[in-house]
Design a binder for this molecule. Structure first.
Ligand code: CAA
Length: 445
């Protein structure tokens, strides 16, 4: 069977940055370590006044198409995943295509365009759609462009404010990909949940603490479902596990839960038994509460073992490097976790070709999905081509007063005009409103 997967990937961060320990913590009267150690975040990316989900998505796609030498003819499908959409009818992908048609020869009239919604998991669902389109042999040799783009802003004062972020990830899905091949096996955990939603409102209604529990519950279901088709996952077979990363502290919890699951009934559990005992089994307890207490105790002990720490440092921690600097990008978040892991591997001089990574996506409302990916021979060229470090270093560092202004600029309920903080350079910018309320864009050389 021909391999299908991600051929190339590009990242575009919002051009502004909010320093969490330095700027946000003092204003909130909080210990900076709540953010750096607790949530695991150093900074959030923000969009400048001329940036939005279209500009960031189009800019990532532009870079990707230029780098891969692509013309519109080579792309048969454009899907945008976002939970920051501003139109209930016209999809963001049409705006992105319009932007790209301004800088490339040809057009995207032949391309099927759409917009995917299921909170943060929509980016992975769009990958799925592209994969299925190619597998069904409907692509006529062409690739799909998948764009995950969000301005993940919370209402001022919401507990989620510390986890905000803004950026886009563009991915090219093709046959014989250069970066990773996607597995046909998938696992799902999906349930009707009320943890995080935006009922026709810009900023989310969030039950933060519950959302953490829902994430873990759905992820556990997805893993069990994945194993029912792919066989048991063993820690030694997996190089990295990029998870959806609303903030790194969330992934710390998911990693621990996952490790307990995948080491059960293995020699690793036996090896650890002298130090921390064996994992509690439900049948040994009279009731659920006693079982849960015992699991909690085991997890606390497991977390402190050298074996677990070494696994976490090798398999999970490298997926979090970018997220720490940019915050939550909703639909793009799991995809920057994948890049982060591969970037760390490249910098460490590690040969990843043929290695397996397990990808854990999640969207509130709620659904988790797990699939495997096999790293392809071309991965080093793809990761080397990224300029994400430069982009992060070039962000304008917001003062508290700047931050308050910028949040207002992007608040749909407010009509605020501020000077831009950065000067656009070789990128698409928002250029005002059209006669039917449409957003207009132009390319700045
Ligand atoms: N030093 C070190 N650690 C500290 C600390 C300090 N001084 N102060 C606090 N901490 C730790 C806390 O112990 C806690 O860690 P644990 O959970 O491991 O105990 C962590 O820092 C966060 O502290 P709080 O729980 O007190 O933080 P909070 O209540 O202000 O906010 C939150 C946490 C509820 C998750 C909030 O950030 C939120 O609502 N976020 C938005 C929702 C979200 O991201 N949920 C994640 C799952 S849903 C999802 O994934 C979809 C999505 O993208 C939104």
């Amino acid at each position: 069977m021909t391999a299908v997967g991600i051929d190339a990937i590009e990242i575009w961060t919002g051009n502004l940055k909010l320093d969490l320990p330095g700027t946000f913590a003092p204003e909130k009267g909080e210990d900076p370590e709540k953010y750096t150690k607790g949530l695991g975040l150093n900074a959030s990316s923000f969009p400048d006044s001329y940036e939005d989900i279209v500009t960031m998505g189009a800019n990532a796609s532009h870079r990707l198409m230029e780098r891969k030498g692509l013309e519109p003819d080579g792309i048969g499908r454009i899907d945008v995943a976002t939970e920051s959409s501003f139109d209930n009818s016209k999809p963001v992908s049409t705006y992105v295509a319009g932007c790209l048609e301004g800088v490339f020869e040809g057009d995207f009239h032949h391309a099927n365009k759409g917009e995917r919604k299921f909170a943060c998991i929509a980016g992975t669902q769009s990958l799925d759609d592209a994969y299925n389109w190619i597998r069904a042999d409907r692509n006529r040799g062409r690739s799909a462009l998948v764009i995950a783009t969000d301005t993940a802003l919370y209402a001022r004062g919401d507990a989620g404010e510390a986890t905000q972020g803004a950026g886009a990830v563009a991915m090219l899905i093709s046959e014989n990909p250069d970066l990773v091949e996607l597995s046909t096996e998938q696992g799902y955990g999906s349930a009707d949940e009320t943890d995080f939603l935006k009922p026709n409102q810009q900023f989310p209604s969030v039950d933060g603490k519950r959302s953490v529990q829902v994430y873990l519950a759905r992820m556990r279901e997805a893993l069990t479902d994945y194993e029912s088709v792919a066989g048991d996952v063993h820690p030694d077979d997996i190089a990295f596990i990029p998870f959806h990363t609303p903030f790194p502290g969330m992934v710390r919890k998911a990693g621990l839960l996952g490790y307990r699951h995948i080491t059960r009934d293995t020699t690793i559990e036996d090896d650890l038994a002298d130090e921390i005992g064996r994992q509690p089994r439900r049948e040994a307890f009279d009731d659920d509460e006693a079982f849960r207490d015992s699991v909690r105790e085991y997890m606390d002990l497991l977390k402190g073992t050298d074996r677990y720490k070494a696994w976490y440092d090798a398999t999970i921690d490298p997926t979090l490097t970018l997220s720490r600097e940019v915050g939550n990008w909703y639909t793009g978040s799991v995809h920057i976790a994948r890049v982060s892991a591969l970037k760390n591997a490249l910098e460490a001089g590690r040969d990843m070709a043929g290695e397996t990574i397990l990808v854990g996506s999640y969207g509130s409302g709620a659904q988790a999905e797990i699939h495997a990916e096999t790293v392809q021979d071309g991965w080093t060229d793809e990761i080397e081509a990224l300029n994400v470090d430069d982009q992060l270093a070039d962000r304008y560092d917001l003062s508290w007063a700047d931050y308050e202004e910028v949040h207002d600029v992007h608040n749909h309920e407010m009509d605020v005009d501020v000077e831009e903080f950065t000067t656009p350079d070789g990128e698409f910018v928002f250029d005002g409103w059209g006669r039917m309320g449409e957003r207009k864009y132009r390319y700045v050389e």
